[in-house]
Design a binder for this molecule. Structure first.
Ligand SMILES: NC(=O)c1ccc[n+]([C@@H]2O[C@H](COP(=O)([O-])OP(=O)(O)OC[C@H]3O[C@@H](n4cnc5c(N)ncnc54)[C@H](O)[C@@H]3O)[C@@H](O)[C@H]2O)c1
Length: 358
């Protein structure tokens, strides 16, 4: 992280070094719904500054908004592209420039043209597995074609490096544990396919156009601002149930395992991946198996509740055991999770206890 910190802290004037967005390339991006949090006086200052600019797609979402916050903490200048399909406007850091734009639309290139980002962190995606099964075409349009459009933006506007949020869903049912990056890829959902498929484009863009990249395959991410739906939503669902005093549902016997990683650690891995590694695919995980029964017991203890689960039928397609080997990320990025599961859950529950007034 040192490079980002030292490289940007000195030069950044986050809130004051940009032209107001509706003044930028206005003939092209008039039609885009743009929301600027910036002061009107910004337009007096030239936008061509030494500070490298980061474009974060999906920056109004759970993980993306934490990445934006961390980047801004380092003094970076950040542009967010998000269509608010699951993201929330209030998640977007007030010091980021926000474009309500869909990554599958040509207007995305207008944002690249107006902002000329040096780095792209690509988080925007359709993340709902059942939705991918119900509508695989839409899922592929967002996750495959949307990512391809982001890559095209990087090529056309000479982005230096892109970090792509992929998923453990690429591996499908593990043949052996822990799953490292050489494990065969065999997705068992359309979502797994649509998150993995774009990975193939990155080495070709690198080879043909010198676009540097790092692919991060996340395990089950949890933490503040996670919607109680989606891929790794069990922590947010249990949080919601425990704080409302409703018994949580466990599908199956609860002895299935997951590998949880706190969102702050995922954000940190993204920042490190901007600087370190090139052409790498890295698991970002806690490297630890936790059963769902253990998770609930821990959350009950930390929340000061004692709610027994309701056991329901196992869901078809659920993976029994999952744990990702994170050794390669540790080696390449110099990263390691700083939060134990207990630390991350404590922080999450403390935040939501306030939100729920408990
Ligand atoms: N949450 C997890 O456990 C997990 C695990 C593995 C991988 N991931 C990946 O991490 C990334 C972030 O996921 P998240 O959990 O923060 O989900 P999220 O739904 O909170 O964030 C996704 C964001 O992308 C935006 N978005 C969706 N479609 C878009 C489009 N067409 N154009 C512009 N913006 C669009 C949404 O509005 C949202 O803000 C995704 O790529 C996801 O596949 C998440």
């Amino acid at each position: 992280m040192s490079g980002i910190n030292s490289g940007l802290n000195g030069t950044a004037k986050v809130a004051s070094n940009k032209v107001a967005p509706n003044k930028v390339n206005s003939n092209k991006i008039d039609s885009i719904k743009i929301a600027s949090h910036k002061a009107a006086s910004n337009k007096l200052v030239s936008k061509k500054v030494a500070c490298p600019l980061f474009l974060v797609t999906g920056g109004a979402g759970f993980i993306g908004s934490h990445i934006v916050d961390r980047l801004i903490d380092t003094g970076a200048e950040v542009v967010v592209v998000d269509n608010l399909s699951t993201g929330k406007r209030e998640n977007v850091n007030l010091r980021a420039q926000f474009y309500e734009v869909d990554i599958t639309r040509p207007e995305l290139f207008d944002v690249f043209a107006a902002e000329r980002p040096a780095f792209v962190i690509h988080q925007a995606a359709q993340i709902n597995v059942p939705k991918s099964l119900a509508d695989p075409v839409f899922d592929a349009e967002v996750n495959i074609l949307g990512t391809l459009r982001v890559l095209e933006g990087c090529r056309r506007f000479q982005v230096q490096k892109i970090v792509y949020a992929s998923s453990a869903a690429a591996y499908g049912t593990p043949a052996s544990l822990p799953v490292d990056e050489r494990h065969p890829v065999a997705p068992i959902s359309y979502y797994g396919i649509s998150k993995h498929s774009p990975e193939h484009y990155f080495p070709v863009y690198r080879e043909l156009y010198g676009l540097r990249y790092t692919i991060l395959r996340y395990a089950n991410v949890y933490g503040i601002r996670q919607d109680p739906q989606g891929e790794g939503g069990v922590v947010s669902i249990f949080t919601d149930r425990l704080l409302r005093g409703v018994p949580p549902t466990i599908y199956g016997d609860g002895e299935q395992t997951r590998d949880f990683i706190y969102v702050a650690d995922v954000a940190e891995a993204n920042l490190l991946a901007i600087e370190k590694g090139d052409g790498e695919t890295l698991n970002i995980s806690g490297h630890r198996q936790t059963t769902i029964n253990e998770l609930l017991a821990l959350m009950n203890r930390l929340a000061g509740t004692n709610l027994a689960p309701v056991y329901a039928d196992e869901r078809p397609g659920d993976i029994r055991h999952s744990v990702l080997d994170n050794a390669r990320a540790v080696e390449v990025l110099g990263w390691r999770p700083r939060y134990t599961l207990e630390d991350g859950l404590r922080e999450t529950l403390a935040y939501y206890r306030q939100e729920y007034g408990r």
